[in-house]
Design a binder for this molecule. Structure first.
Ligand SMILES: C[S@@+](CC[C@H](N)C(=O)[O-])C[C@H]1O[C@@H](n2cnc3c(N)ncnc32)[C@H](O)[C@@H]1O
Length: 304
């Protein structure tokens, strides 16, 4: 089952009341959405996910709580397009990024380097690009760039050389084959630290789902979609996502450097948003749920 991360904190920061109109961009197994729906008896919840299996389970759960919700089965890159068809502005928007535990645990989804499965890694199973295509068809240069940028993998070149050599004989078919190639490509001492395939798998997953570009666009759109007094809460799980969130929040909440010393900031340069929180899970949560160890919650509020 999926154990929601930073659940109490994110719900608290959404500042719900019974009439709130809320968007959960990452419905998953409805951990957050269930809590939200319980508190907005006369409001409405719009929930996005691109994973049909997650949606089926989440819908069953939400039905037992209320009917004032709509699940929108699409990538949250379409947030603005879909929401503006339905509503003007909303009170709160939540992102709980990444994959859910069931997605990781279901071997056939190909996200895990611990379980053998075809190389897939698609969150949206109807999309064309899979991890198989990335691993077997991408050029050496592109693969190295992806491992460096999306995995921050210091042995990117050696790992990609291992992949290129292996695929000259026969295409790489499964997650465990890929994990073994990675293991054989890195120095012995690196194998003893965290799993040597972790960063490469992260990089390939980000490429397959175009995660960083999609998040950046959706986050900027989310800022436009909230009312004055409304909040956007973002839970990230690695430094690349967190960096994007921090940059986007800084852009809209800080006075431009060259104006910071003015005695009065002209109205048009006054920031429209205020950062409210930047927190990590407690030690107690990390002990209970290891997946939360790298999580971070950032919250911003629209003030003008
Ligand atoms: C970490 S889980 C969310 C868990 C949820 N908050 C809960 O407590 O049950 C992330 C979910 O977001 C979905 N997701 C990730 N990126 C997405 C995107 N770009 N568009 C739509 N759904 C996405 C995944 O399919 C997954 O179900």
């Amino acid at each position: 089952m999926h154990e929601s991360v930073l659940l109490t904190e994110s719900i608290e920061y959404l500042n719900l009341n019974s009439k709130s109109i809320i968007v959960d961009c990452t419905l998953g197994y409805a951990g957050h959405s269930s809590c939200i729906l319980r508190q907005i008896k006369h409001g409405f919840l719009y929930a996005f996910d691109q994973d049909k299996e997650a949606i089926k389970e989440a819908d069953k759960k939400l039905k037992t709580i209320g009917s004032n919700y709509e699940i929108i089965n699409t990538n949250f890159v379409n947030l603005k397009k879909e929401l503006t068809k339905r509503v003007d502005k909303v009170d709160g928007i939540l992102f709980d990024l990444g994959v859910s535990s069931p997605q990781l645990d279901q071997a056939n989804r190909g996200f895990s380097f611990h379980k053998d499965a075809p190389l897939d890694m698609r969150m949206d199973q109807s999309q064309k690009l899979t991890a198989y295509k990335v691993v077997n068809d991408y050029s050496k240069e592109t693969l190295i760039k992806i491992l460096k940028e999306y995995g921050e993998e210091k042995y990117a070149t050696r790992i990609v050389e291992g992949i290129i050599k292996a695929r000259q004989n026969k295409n790489i078919e499964t997650t465990l084959q890929l994990a073994e190639i990675i293991k054989q490509s890195v120095p012995e001492k690196y194998r003893r630290q965290t799993h040597p395939a972790r960063k490469t798998f992260q990089a390939i997953r980000i490429e397959v789902n175009d995660e960083l570009n999609v998040f950046k666009k959706a986050l900027k759109d989310a800022l436009d979609l909230i009312k004055v007094g409304g909040r956007v809460c973002v839970i990230t799980f690695h430094s690349l996502e967190d960096r994007i969130c921090k940059q986007v929040f800084n852009e809209v909440s800080l006075v431009p450097k060259e104006l910071q010393n003015l005695p009065v900031i002209p109205d048009e340069y006054k920031p429209k948003y205020k950062v409210i929180a930047n927190i990590k899970p407690t030690n107690k949560e990390i002990e209970k749920n290891n997946r939360s160890r790298s999580a971070r919650l950032r919250v911003i509020e629209r003030s003008l």
